[in-house]
Write a protein that binds this ligand. Structure first.
Ligand code: GRF
Length: 204
């Protein structure tokens, strides 16, 4: 059984689909869940605590010199979230994790990104896809490494792009698939059915 931390900054719809899957028993192998936000007013915080009864914390920058990620590590470890017993999901978390943080939780952090990586890394992936004029885009769940949206790919799903699409319509179509593959990826990771070989993830 693993502990799970979900890091959010905003509305938390991916977090919600994960919490729903855990609650319904679709994902097993998860013991304790903690949701952390770097923004006190993130709507996802209330969803986690009120709708799901999940423990939440807010981690803010520190004026006394401790770096943000150091504070985050303290909060995670206070809640028994360590490399050997846990998974960390980034779900709309709008901060870049430091290399030190990534090293401490090596291969235990996963992220969802609204494009078919390695295309359209970084911010506004849906807008980048529309500008590039691609006919197909999608979403990717990947392990987090030191780069931005560069880690080994766990799962991907294609989504068509239509001529009439706006950023909103395309984002909404991608989001439906994000919710599905994030749950699937977490299920695989929680059940130890993945092997990392030559920077590629293989299902076993
Ligand atoms: C999603 O599109 C995700 O791919 C990206 O940020 C957005 C977060 O949405 N990383 P939500 O907070 O999960 O609703």
């Amino acid at each position: 059984m693993k502990n799970l931390a979900i890091l959010i900054s905003g509305r938390g719809s991916n977090m919600k689909s994960i919490l729903r899957a855990i609650k319904s028993g679709e994902i097993d192998g998860i013991k304790n869940v903690l949701v952390i936000s770097n923004r006190p007013n993130a709507p996802g915080l209330e969803i986690a605590s009120k709708e799901f009864g999940i423990k939440t914390s807010i981690v803010l920058p520190d004026e006394n010199g401790q770096t943000f990620d150091e504070k985050l590590i303290v909060e995670l470890q206070r809640n028994d979230i360590f490399e050997h017993n846990s998974i960390i999901c980034l779900a709309g978390y709008m901060r870049i994790l430091s290399p030190e943080f990534v090293k401490i939780y090596k291969n235990k952090i996963i992220n969802i990104h609204p494009s078919l990586l390695p295309s359209f890394k970084g911010l506004n992936a849906q807008k980048q896809a529309l500008i590039a004029g691609v006919k197909v885009t999608g979403c990717t769940v990947h392990l987090v490494d030191d780069g931005i949206d560069t880690g080994p790919i766990l799962l991907q799903k294609c989504v068509p792009v239509y001529d009439a699409d706006t950023i909103d319509s395309l984002s909404a179509r991608i989001l439906v698939e994000e919710h599905e593959i994030y749950v699937k990826a977490l299920k695989l990771l929680a059940s130890n059915r993945l092997l990392l070989k030559d920077n590629k993830i293989i299902q076993i």
